[in-house]
Design a protein around this ligand. Structure first.
Ligand SMILES: NC(=O)c1ccc[n+]([C@@H]2O[C@H](COP(=O)([O-])OP(=O)(O)OC[C@H]3O[C@@H](n4cnc5c(N)ncnc54)[C@H](OP(=O)(O)O)[C@@H]3O)[C@@H](O)[C@H]2O)c1
Length: 340
């Protein structure tokens, strides 16, 4: 076992998008293993826009304390166990940290089943938080019906790319909104979206009015800001908005310059429902089963965008907040070069 443990430590709370001042790569002693804990070698680290909120202060969970390794979703290999439930060599998923190694409570990690030839990174995306969020947002919150018009923003990202495909399987006409022509081509050519709008180069409000003259029935909101308001302006009467995320405003410490325009929601009697996956963990079993079935049937495609090296995690993380940055699908960091 390597004797050093590199970790991205939260040294101060972020201000705006200045993540360089907030996170520093440090070499720490190997974590001490407590009772009923497992020592985990990180194989993959998940990078998520929500990490910004966890750094800044309490959200739907307490803030990451300043001075400790940044928290994050990990896939890892057990190298030492103080729990009868886990043996060295077991592959687990759980809530760990941006580090080579972490000591985790045995009760807080899950054994990853055989992935049937799929890359391990799929456990974090398709069968993890992204798949669960997309499924709950489309089925439980959006309640999309066959023939309806479904629009998703952040469409080429981890959650959005799955949400659009799930809505398509439900029989909806699907329009994705993303930040580059290349991402839009991927959505329509590879993932089967009916249409895609490049919000950096097209007028979203006008394009939606052309594509959906009778209005948008379900909007899966991931970004907020000008994109969100362009969709809200095109909502159909009685439309549902599944409010999943607002990435355009996560770095705005004093709140967004402009919020969601509520007037069309009033005039069209629409329903806006926010949701956090942690409140829907009981739905993960069904989500994983359905996504696995659709994957096997070739109805869902899954893509992980993998950056190699823990030392590159910070640069990769920053691109989550950059419109049109090149990543597509689930952003992961391969921390152990031998991970599949
Ligand atoms: N409610 C929940 O439980 C839950 C769970 C997971 C994720 N989420 C939320 O779901 C959303 C998507 O998360 P994800 O993990 O799938 O991330 P992601 O979409 O893979 O990455 C974020 C994407 O957001 C877009 N973006 C960044 N800044 C933007 C801006 N100013 N305006 C418009 N678009 C911008 C970028 O794509 P473009 O290049 O296309 O602009 C970027 O690639 C986030 O808001 C996240 O917080 C919610």
């Amino acid at each position: 076992m390597a004797e050093m443990n590199r970790a991205w430590v939260l040294v101060q709370r972020p201000v705006g998008d200045d993540f360089d001042s907030a996170l520093k790569l440090q070499t720490l002693p190997m974590p001490e293993l407590g009772e009923d804990q497992v020592l985990v070698r990180t194989l993959y680290l998940s990078l998520d826009p929500a990490n910004r909120g966890w750094m800044a202060g309490p959200t739907y969970m307490p803030a990451v304390p300043v001075g400790v390794p940044m928290w994050g979703g990990v896939l890892g290999k057990v190298v030492k166990s103080n729990s009868p439930k886990f043996q060295p060599g077991d592959i687990i998923g759980g809530f760990g940290s941006w580090s080579d190694y972490c000591a985790l409570p045995a009760g807080g990690v899950n054994k990853i089943p055989d992935m049937g030839g799929l890359p391990l990174a799929a456990a974090q995306g398709l069968f993890g938080g992204a798949g669960g969020t997309a499924y709950v947002g489309v089925i439980d919150i959006g309640q999309v019906k066959p023939g309806q018009i479904f629009v998703v923003s952040g469409a080429a990202g981890s959650v959005g790319s799955l949400a659009g495909q799930i809505a398509k399987i439900q029989g909806a006409k699907v329009v994705g909104i993303a930040g580059s022509a290349e991402k839009c081509a991927w959505l329509t050519n590879e993932l089967g979206f009916d249409h895609a709008i490049d919000y950096q180069h097209e007028n979203v409000r006008k394009r939606l009015a052309e594509l959906c003259p009778d209005g948008v029935d379900v909007y899966f909101e991931n970004v907020g800001g000008a994109v969100g308001n362009a969709v809200v302006a095109n909502l159909a009467k009685g439309a549902r908005v599944a409010l999943c995320g607002l990435v355009s405003q996560y770095n705005a410490d004093d709140g967004p310059a402009a919020g969601l325009d509520m007037l069309p929601i009033l005039l069209k009697s629409c329903t806006v429902q926010g949701f956090i996956l942690l409140d829907y963990l009981h739905r993960l079993g069904e989500a994983s089963a359905k996504l696995g079935q659709w994957l096997a049937e070739g109805k869902v495609k899954y893509h992980a965008d993998v950056t190699d090296g823990l030392e590159n995690a910070l640069e990769a993380f920053k691109t989550l907040f950059q419109s049109g940055a090149s990543h597509k699908g689930k952003m992961m960091v391969r921390v152990d070069p031998s991970a599949n």
